[in-house]
Ligand binder design. Sequence first.
Ligand code: 5GP
Ligand code: ZN
Length: 116
Amino acid sequence: MMENDGCIFCKIVRKEIPAQIVYEDDDLIAFNDINPAAPVHFLIIPRMHIASLMECEKTHQAILGKMLLLAPELAKEQGCIEGFRTIINTGRVGGQEVFHLHIHIIGSKERLPAMM
Ligand code: 5GP
Ligand code: ZN
């Protein structure tokens, strides 16, 4: 399925609702989470509607790889120099609330104190 009318993230892809977009290309969009859990909290999503990791197939291999490789690039740009968390919630039981595949990138802009 390319798009899903009722899907909030498809609406962000189509620019029907606003989002603080931090990156976009032909395949992916990344935008700040509306309810951030940390100073840096953005989501990377494919433009195409894929409901969750459960719905992914072999044909999605390239897009999944692209999403994962974009994570450290954007995290560094956003100030997560030393590291960050990546979370993919899958299915209701897995804590997923929005059924359009997304990777959470969560982190802080602070550096750890230097080791003595
Ligand atoms: P999930 O639990 O599905 O992994 O996470 C969905 C995330 O999407 C949540 O962290 C939530 O704050 C975020 N979110 C839900 N609706 C919107 C929205 O309309 N705009 C943005 N920017 N984030 C949203
Ligand atoms: Zn969607």
